[in-house]
Every structure is written in structure tokens, then in C-alpha cells.
Design a protein around this ligand. Structure first.
Ligand code: ASP
Length: 441
């Protein structure tokens, strides 16, 4: 029997999860049942992916760098990566700002809705904790992010998924030093990491066998814990503007794939689909990273020399979906609360949202924390910040799911573009126990 493609299996799991969630909301005990008995499957899946993220980054980055013939190639890839990441982020914020100014979703919000949302969410612990987190981020000095990138203890850095940039720093340092000793001296370590890399990629395939069930659980939980649908309707225009902007961003990426990489956008999306669907279900580009790396390496054919660096760095610093959302959300809140934003303010938004996307963690809801900093940068009164966040809180989770898809798609597109420009795009390799799993072990 022909096996259903992985992305279809995941999609069936997602639809079934939503339907099951809706069904469960009609019973008093439904939400508790989903949270106690179904949701843990999703949590276990996310934890398993996070479990292999650090070994995968270390192994593939060491392999990528130690395969290089000379270090200057790495410098080139590094510079190109940072430049293209900044450019795509600026494009994303600009699209967001154009859309929100064009459609003005904030002007139609009635005072009554604002009141209703404020009463419901302004004191909500998630909103207040986001405000507090933003304050800690803000007190950091301008070069703090550079200091934060250098670990003082490699093992400790590897013990915390939030310290991904520190791990990347250590691994690049290790990889470059391996290039500087004789091949005989580096061979055992290189063989070790090559083997670790292949084995961890296989672990990704094995974890993915659980994906259709995990997305079922994740989406069922999203449905039973979601907010009052009436509030979602009040914010529909705002949500549509964000989603439309994200859609334009996909068209932008696909035009890069078609015209620069010269590959079919449909083929590209099909190869990447499992990672995108997981990004949607988990709302976390960090949790999705192992799958993104596996798809981009093995299914799109980007050489490890490129993907092992571009993707983990992208997951931490390149968040196009998040930046676009911050642009739209900041202006929406200002429109709804009658705070006028001039052209200079909008430029400030571009700049702060760019920096904020570099600083945002790749976890659910991180974009909202940085939004506070963007709002403060345009002089939004501090006492109204909680009201501002309360306004968009009800639709944050679904929008988070959508913007995470764009964050992941952006990283994969940039990796493919850089691979093309460096002559590092190979024909994809097909492996067992993958999409092409035939039943044998
Ligand atoms: N959830 C997003 C991510 O992990 C970040 C955000 O926009 O909140 O990519």
C-alpha cells in the first residue's frame, strides 16, 4: 500500500485535533480531559525535539565547518547570512506597516470593545509578566547581546536551550580550531561528530513518526484553551491584516526561490511542509529547528556547510513573521487608543522591531514581550501599555502560530538562497526511515 506523505499525515492529525477540541468544548469535563490526558502527548513530542536540538546543532556545525577547505569561505557565508537576514526582516516590517496603514484595523474598534478587552486581560498574569519581562530586557546595555553570546562555561551553555547563540559561538570556535591543526590531529573528533550528526538526524526521523499524534494533541489543547470566539470576531480585521501580510511574505520568499534559486516554489513548499506544520502546531521555531534542519539538509539539498550555521542562527535572530506582526500590532494599538504615529515614529518602529526580532526568543509568545519595547520606543504612555497588550491578547495565540510558520519559512528560504549563491545546493538525498520509510528497519 502506498504510504501517505508525511505532510498529509500531519495535516490529518491537525484537522482531527481541531475537530476533537471543538467536540470536547461541548462537555463540561472536556477541557480538563484534553489537558490531563491528551495534551501530554504534544508536550512529550516538543520535549523530544528540544532534547536533540543542542546535539544536532553542535554535530552539524562542527561537520559543516570542518568540511570547509578554508576559513574565508565561512566568513563569506557568515556575512551573507547576517546581511540577508537583516534585509528580509526590513522587508517584513515594511509590508506590515504598509498593510496596517492601508487597512487601518484599529480605527474601527469601539470604546466598548476596548473596555471589554481591558477588563478581561489588563490584569491577566500573562500580560503583566510580559510587561515585566520587557522591563528586564530594556535595562540591558547596547552591547549586552554581544556579551551574552560568549559563554563562560561550554557545558553550562549546552545545558540550556535558551543559550543557543552561546552554543553556536563555542562550536564555531571549536570547528575553526579543528581546521588549524593537522588533518591527522582533527580526524578522530571529526569522525565522532560526523557519526553523531547522522545518528541525531535519524533521531529526528524517529521522533517525526509521532508527529501526526502530537499535532492532534497540540491543536486539541489550543482549541479547548482558546478565548471567547466573540472577542476573536471583534479583532478579526486586525488578525486578517497580520495574516494577509504574512501571506505576502510567503509570496516574497517564493519569488526568491523561483527567480534566484530557480526551483519550483511548490516543490520547495512540499519539501518544507512538515517543518511548517510543526511550527504552526508548536508556535516555537526553536522546537521546530531539528525538523527544519533535517528538511533543508536532506529534502531540499542545502549543504551542511550552509544549513548548519544559517538555520540555528536564523532560529534565534531572524524572525520575519514576528517583526511583521510587531509592526502591525504597534500601529493597531496606537490607532485603537488614539495615539498618533507620524512618519518618523513608523521609521522608529522599523528599527526597533528589527532589533527586537534579533532579541526575541524562539518560543511561544516571545514576540509580545518585544512589542512592549517597540511601543515604548514610539513614546506610547507607560500606563496604557497593559491596555495595549490586553487589546491584542485574545488573538495572540493563533497569530503566534501563523508568524512562527513565516519565521521558519524565512530561515529555510535564506539558507537555500545562500546555498545557491555559494554553489552549495545539492540534489536532495533520500533516506530510509524518512518520508520514504518502506517498513524495514
Ligand atoms: N513564537 C515565535 C517563534 O518561536 C516567536 C514569537 O513571535 O512570539 O518563532
Amino acid at each position: 500500500m502506498k504510504k501517505i506523505a508525511l505532510h498529509w499525515q500531519i495535516m490529518i492529525g491537525m484537522v482531527a485535533g481541531v475537530l476533537f477540541g471543538v467536540l470536547m468544548t461541548s462537555f463540561d469535563w472536556g477541557a480538563d480531559f484534553v489537558i490531563d490526558w491528551i495534551a501530554p502527548i504534544g508536550t512529550i513530542f516538543i520535549k523530544s525535539l528540544k532534547l536533540i536540538a543542542i546535539p544536532l546543532i553542535v554535530a552539524s556545525l562542527v561537520k559543516g565547518i570542518s568540511d570547509l577547505e578554508d576559513i574565508s569561505k565561512f566568513k563569506n557565508i557568515g556575512l551573507k547570512t547576517i546581511t540577508i537576514y537583516i534585509l528580509t526582516t526590513v522587508v517584513a516590517i515594511t509590508i506590515g506597516l504598509v498593510m496596517v496603514n492601508l487597512f487601518q484595523p484599529g480605527s474601527g474598534i469601539s470604546a466598548e470593545t476596548i473596555d471589554q478587552l481591558t477588563t478581561k486581560y489588563a490584569e491577566n498574569s500573562s500580560v503583566t509578566s510580559k510587561l515585566a519581562e520587557a522591563q528586564t530586557q530594556k535595562t540591558a546595555g547596547p552591547l549586552q547581546f554581544l556579551t551574552d553570546m560568549v559563554p563562560e562555561n561550554a557545558v553550562k551553555a549546552m545545558g540550556d536551550n535558551g543559550l543557543m547563540l552561546q552554543v553556536i559561538f563555542f562550536t564555531i570556535f571549536l570547528g575553526i580550531s579543528m581546521l588549524l591543526v593537522t588533518p591527522k590531529q582533527s580526524a578522530p573528533l571529526k569522525a565522532f561528530f560526523d557519526s553523531l550528526n547522522e545518528i541525531v538526524l535519524k533521531m529526528v526521523d524517529l521522533i517525526m513518526l509521532m508527529a501526526p499524534f502530537a499535532v492532534f494533541a497540540l491543536l486539541a489543547k489550543v482549541v479547548v484553551t482558546s478565548d471567547d470566539p466573540n472577542l476573536l470576531i471583534a479583532l478579526l480585521k486586525y488578525a486578517m491584516v497580520v495574516v494577509l501580510g504574512l501571506g505576502i511574505m510567503v509570496c516574497f520568499y517564493m519569488s526568491l526561490i523561483a527567480f534566484y534559486v530557480k526551483k519550483s516554489p511548490l516543490w520547495f513548499l512540499k519539501q518544507l511542509a512538515p517543518a511548517q506544520l510543526l511550527a504552526f502546531s508548536t508556535s516555537s521555531s526553536a522546537a521546530t529547528l531539528p525538523v527544519t534542519m533535517e528538511r533543508v539538509d536532506e529534502h531540499i539539498g542545502v549543504d551542511k556547510e550552509v544549513s548548519s550555521f544559517v538555520l540555528p542562527v536564523g532560529a534565534t535572530i531572524n524572525m520575519d513573521g514576528t517583526s511583521l506582526y510587531q509592526g502591525v500590532a504597534a500601529v493597531f494599538i496606537a490607532q485603537a487608543l488614539g495615539h498618533h504615529l507620524g512618519f518618523a515614529d513608523q521609521l522608529t518602529i522599523v528599527l526597533t522591531a528589527l532589533l527586537a526580532s534579533i532579541g526575541s526568543a524562539a518560543v511561544p509568545g516571545a514576540g509580545m514581550v518585544m512589542l512592549v519595547i517597540v511601543l515604548e520606543a514610539v513614546g506610547f504612555p507607560a500606563e496604557k501599555l497593559a491596555i495595549g497588550l490586553a487589546l491584542i491578547f485574545a488573538v495572540d495565540r493563533p497569530l503566534d502560530m501563523c508568524r512562527t510558520v513565516i519565521n521558519v519559512t524565512g530561515d529555510a528560504t535564506v539558507a537555500t538562497v545562500i546555498a545557491k549563491s555559494s554553489g552549495k545546493l545539492n540534489p536532495p538525498e533520500e533516506k530510509n526511515w524518512d518520508d520514504n520509510y518502506k517498513g524495514e528497519i
